[in-house]
Write a protein that binds this ligand. Structure first.
Ligand SMILES: C[S@@+](CC[C@H](N)C(=O)[O-])C[C@H]1O[C@@H](n2cnc3c(N)ncnc32)[C@H](O)[C@@H]1O
Length: 223
């Protein structure tokens, strides 16, 4: 994936910013994780990890395949006076250089749509989760209202002949992508997951790594 970090950083600050605190609240409500180690996969400029740090006592590992993104994430942490609560790692989600069970929470927003090796990446995420750990991975805007506002602002920008922003959102957060995720999870051999999709929250894979290998209460695979 080719992405201009400075251009993305400007859009994140000027247009996307309102979504991250809402999403952080949704992740905390769904997983209950407020302590331990969290990894923000495909973190970009680190906005989601930053919002989670502001609402929890987590330690954050910002992970991205581009060093430029990690530099921008580090700048954001310094601006927000969150030095000492994060580390940085460069790599592909399909091959994460961490030990089994290294993290309590894995989050990722807006990155999975670019992952070349989806099954392998999902297996890697489950591998690095500690027993009792959670993953919350997908795309969304925090609420329908924020999504509508962001779409309106993005649509006002010139598309330079590319697919419109709303068409991209419909494709990334639609029922076909939901089916693709469910199929990849099944092929990856991941047992305890759900794939949520609705207009309010977007499209999210939630994985629970079970203690003793037993299915976690209240989370059924959407197969
Ligand atoms: C659209 S940006 C989203 C950034 C951030 N998560 C956010 O919501 O603001 C996607 C990010 O995923 C990263 N990315 C894409 N594929 C990746 C992969 N296979 N491994 C690691 N990072 C990846 C890109 O470098 C980019 O920073």
């Amino acid at each position: 994936m080719k992405i201009d970090g400075n251009k993305f950083s400007k859009i994140e600050k000027e247009v996307f910013a309102p979504l991250y605190p809402l999403l952080a609240e949704q992740i905390i409500a769904a997983t209950g994780k407020t302590t331990g180690t969290c990894i923000d996969l495909g973190c970009g400029t680190g906005a989601l990890g930053c919002a989670l740090l502001q609402k929890t006592r987590l330690q954050m590992l910002f992970y991205d395949e581009y060093p430029q993104m990690l530099e921008l994430a580090a700048e954001k942490m310094a601006e927000q006076q969150l030095a000492g609560r994060f580390s940085l790692q460069c790599g592909d989600v399909a091959n994460i250089d961490l030990a089994d069970g290294a993290v309590d929470l894995a989050v990722s927003r807006g990155s999975i749509f670019f992952w070349e090796h989806l099954e392998k990446s999902l297996q890697e995420i489950e591998r690095i989760l500690a027993p009792g750990g959670w993953a919350y991975i997908g795309g969304g805007f925090g609420s329908q209202q924020v999504m509508d506002e962001i779409i309106a602002r993005m649509e006002a920008k010139p598309t330079e002949g590319k697919e419109s922003f709303s068409a991209k959102i419909r494709r990334n957060l639609g029922p076909e992508m939901q089916a693709r995720f469910a199929s990849a999870l099944s092929r990856a051999g991941i047992r305890n997951y759900t794939v949520l999709r609705n207009d309010e929250i977007g499209l999210w894979i939630i994985i629970r790594k079970c203690d003793n290998g037993l299915p976690a209460e209240g989370l059924q695979a959407s197969r």
